[in-house]
Ligand binder design. Sequence first.
Ligand code: PEP
Ligand code: MN
Length: 462
Amino acid sequence: MSTPSKTANPIQIPEMFESEGWHPLSWNKKEISQLPPYPDTEELQKAYNELRSLPPLITSWEVEALKEKLANVSEGKAFLLQGGDCAETFDACKAPKIVNMLKVMLQMSFILVHEMGRPVVRIGRIAGQYAKPRSRDFETVNGEEMLNYRGDLINSIEATREARTPDPQRLLTAYEKAALTLNFLRALSDEGFADLQHPEQWELDFMKNNEYYKEYEAMVNSIHKAINFMETITPNSFSTLHKVDLYTSHEALNLYYDAAQTQRVPRKTGWFNLSGHMVWLGNRTKQLDGAHIEYLSGIRNPIGIKVGPPFDLEETLQVIEKLNPGREAGKIVIITRMGADYVDKHLPTFIRALKQEGHPVVWSCDPMHGNTFSTEKNLKTRSFNNILEEIRTTFAVHRSEGSYLGGVHLELTGDNVTECVGGANGLNETGLDINYETYCDPRLNYEQSLEMAFLVAKEWNK
Ligand code: PEP
Ligand code: MN
């Protein structure tokens, strides 16, 4: 693991926090990685104060409900589907994109429910996924050296030194965009749902030449029958029974954003991050004594922990211990992202060690981040087959270790982008140029996502 390198800009500690051992800003004195300093601490303080005064995006009851559902996943009674953009952008906060994202997540979850006979917990990388860790601090564009783009929550993708300077106003814009996204998601979940599950909303033609097409078509027909049946006997059962159809999540990377929205709630103990239901610790910010772990150790939300090469088993166990000393079920989601070729090497010992320590985790597989490569034209991509291969080997290892792989974590979109190669529609490297939109990592498109859900269910049933 890399060592912590930088100190964060100091924020004034409110008096009411001072008597507490842990508080939403106790990380602020620690070294922080992956967050360049803001040039203007005063501006940052102003933005922080304003963000802290705004109403929460979500509620503690939703956080607790999600934790209970994740506890069911850890016991093998449900499955977790977590997915969304690598990096959400402010510009993409638009109706069609949000509708398409909800639609693909819902349709994938119907496939999983149908094939697995288990409830599926849906969590989007959405309404807050605006900050990115980067492997390099700087890049050189047209001979000019500048800070790397770190997500819209921190700076702009525009390649000038000025645009790349961290800007505290972005904390407030992120909150606004997250609020707009969530508001529309909630409205769609309440009333637009029936429309999203209509037969003509399933775009299946791309599967026509696929060996599984008949099976796939039969499954979709059967899903429709089941939904129609439910809707007939209990009108609106899907929309009213599930107030939140899609929980939200993001990487807790820019801790000013998360800390400003971390609150106590009347009649409850502890602190809740009310900017998103679940947050995760990235693979690059896992320093035991660093700011990110300090912050995450004090909140009651479920926490994802990304684990992949390079990682140290002992240190990883210490991180898990620090974030969940009470071994609360539903609290920790271990998201392994080994790379298809490294699952066999690393995962069995990791599973055994956690079992030995008695940690009741949800095991989830991120088959994206260990399988990225660049094309000759220098476009970042991933191959559908490698992604599937990591899922396959991860299922196989869990099976032979007697543990339960309870979820997948995918970078995907409901749009017809061309960022990952492969899948039934046969996208190849030359086709990537057609609609390559991501600001960061390549995502599965609508068709690739549905197909992946179908193949995940097949692996699950082996
Ligand atoms: C991500 O999820 O976009 C990411 C950067 O992942 P990781 O921390 O696993 O590299
Ligand atoms: Mn990513």
